[in-house]
Ligand binder design. Structure first.
Ligand SMILES: NC(=O)c1ccc[n+]([C@@H]2O[C@H](COP(=O)([O-])OP(=O)(O)OC[C@H]3O[C@@H](n4cnc5c(N)ncnc54)[C@H](O)[C@@H]3O)[C@@H](O)[C@H]2O)c1
Length: 322
């Protein structure tokens, strides 16, 4: 049994609050430091979870692991500073705000063979874990991740939202796509000029499987849905409500002398494989990577494909209609 890990958390915003609770509740870790330049917020959160507040990242002696939940624009400087001190790192998604910076961070972790994870949290959504368990041969995946507008997010929806479902599709199919087709929409007056509000994407995988993934921040409600089509089954996942429904079509015929329609479908609602909060499962996996129970090199490499796809997606601009 290894000693409790001393963890530093960077960022005391919305996600930082969730990470602080999960780290503090873990029997295998303690929240030692909480870093955020905003004293009122950072010091109050540190006090609530028994940690010490610092306005900026100190020298990391005595710290076993760092979790970064600062704004995406700050990830690169913080991540490289942590890795250069040979400390294990879990950085919120996306790893950084460009593919170049993401690759630099992961290469640095590779060179030093350090435990590294990115917070692609939906991997640990119990509904996704259940669908992954049930699924055998995905041919077609569709996903929609739509949200109301959040002015505090400065990156476009591709880095912020699309990355989750692209990562899930890659994980479900089991290979990176051969290519990505995308169209981007720029609609909101508060968005930066190069930060898209809608991203519609089609991925084509080796073997022919297809995924159509839609991300939007001009929605009026949160939608988080993913469907996996196999030859004989449809597996529908509601990631928000965390439920899974499996459909198998049996027959259809007309009734009432051709005026009506009748369909027979078998519907199955499987038991979820886990009821644990995704952030708790993700943090437990981070500890597994640190303690060598999960292959650190494979884990590091698993985050690159989704980031490569997003880079390809945002390189596209809508072509003008003549
Ligand atoms: N995995 C998920 O599902 C998920 C969901 C939401 C957000 N996120 C990610 O989490 C990160 C934070 O998002 P949020 O919604 O909590 O943002 P937020 O704006 O609520 O919080 C960001 C915090 O970072 C702090 N900060 C900024 N620069 C810093 C620096 N250099 N050092 C330390 N702290 C710094 C800010 O003061 C603020 O408290 C983003 O990268 C975002 O993409 C992930």
């Amino acid at each position: 049994m290894s000693a409790r890990k001393r963890v530093a958390l960077v960022g005391a915003g919305t996600m930082g609050g969730h990470h602080a609770r999960v780290i503090a509740q873990s029997p295998d870790a303690e929240l030692a430091l909480l870093i955020d330049p905003r004293e009122a917020v950072g010091a109050a959160m540190a006090e609530r979870f028994g940690a010490t507040w610092r306005p900026e990242l100190p020298e990391l002696s005595g710290i076993d692991a760092v979790v970064v939940a600062a704004a995406t624009e700050a990830h690169y400087d913080i991540a490289t500073t942590v890795l250069r001190q040979d400390v294990a790192l879990l950085v919120e998604k996306p790893v950084a705000d460009s593919l170049g910076r993401t690759e630099e961070i992961i290469s640095l972790a590779d060179e030093r063979d350090l435990p590294f994870m990115c917070g692609l949290l939906e991997r640990y959504n119990p509904a996704i874990m259940t669908a992954r368990d049930i699924m055998t041969d995905p041919l077609h995946i569709t996903a929609a991740r739509h949200s109301p507008y959040a002015p505090r997010i400065r990156t476009g929806v591709a880095w912020d939202l699309l990355v989750h479902d692209v990562d899930l599709a890659i994980g479900l199919v089991g290979a990176p796509p051969l290519g990505a087709e995308a169209r981007l929409g720029h609609f909101h007056p508060e968005s930066l000029a190069d930060a898209e509000d809608v991203a519609e994407t089609i991925l084509e995988f080796p073997g022919g499987a297809l995924a159509h993934i839609s991300a939007s921040r001009i929605g009026q409600r949160k939608i988080r849905q993913l469907s996996i089509y196999e030859r004989e089954r449809l597996i529908e996942v509601d990631l928000l409500r965390r439920d899974v429904t499996v459909y198998h079509h049996v027959s259809e015929n007309s009734v009432d002398e051709g005026l009506g329609y009748r369909q027979q479908t078998v519907i199955e609602i499987p038991e979820l494989v886990s009821s644990q909060e995704p952030l708790t499962t993700q943090f437990a996996r981070f500890l597994d990577v640190i303690d060598g129970r999960v292959d650190a090199a494979r884990e590091r490499a698993s985050f690159l494909p989704a980031h490569r796809v997003i880079d390809q997606v945002i390189a596209r601009r809508p072509s003008p209609v003549a």
